[in-house]
Design a protein. Sequence first.
Length: 161
Amino acid sequence: MKAIVTGSFDPITLGHMEIIKYASEKYDKVYVVALVNETKEYMFTMAQKKRLIELAVSDYDNVIADAYSGMTADYMHKHGITQIVRGVRNEQDVKYEKDLAEKMKAFDSEFETEIVVCEEQFAEISSTEIRNRLKNNVSIKGLLPESILSEVIDIYKANTH
């Protein structure tokens, strides 16, 4: 069975990796897809996000990294995916994800969303926190996979100088 883990992944964090690890252990194939959210401003390009995801998930044989600018449902139909795995950190996330799951189910009755609660140690980690730390020259070590740490810093420096 195939599953999808979506997000803006700007950049991918250890919290995201926890959800991806869970999904990779439960599903035969997992698509980790960076999507465009029109309400957000991004630090990294879609190509950069895809590359960072590829590096972060390189140890998982059944995980595919991708980036997509269309609707999640279209991507899922194109790849024969019916399972959605989403992570939540707090009550605000739970409400948002429940609403999103209901919309996806209404769009296609075969779509099933599994909501996974993050471990407490990852609850405060967000892409926004990483971007803020980068902007303020504060260490991001321990917030994202080691495999992408230097590349994230290099991309940030290249984009700001």
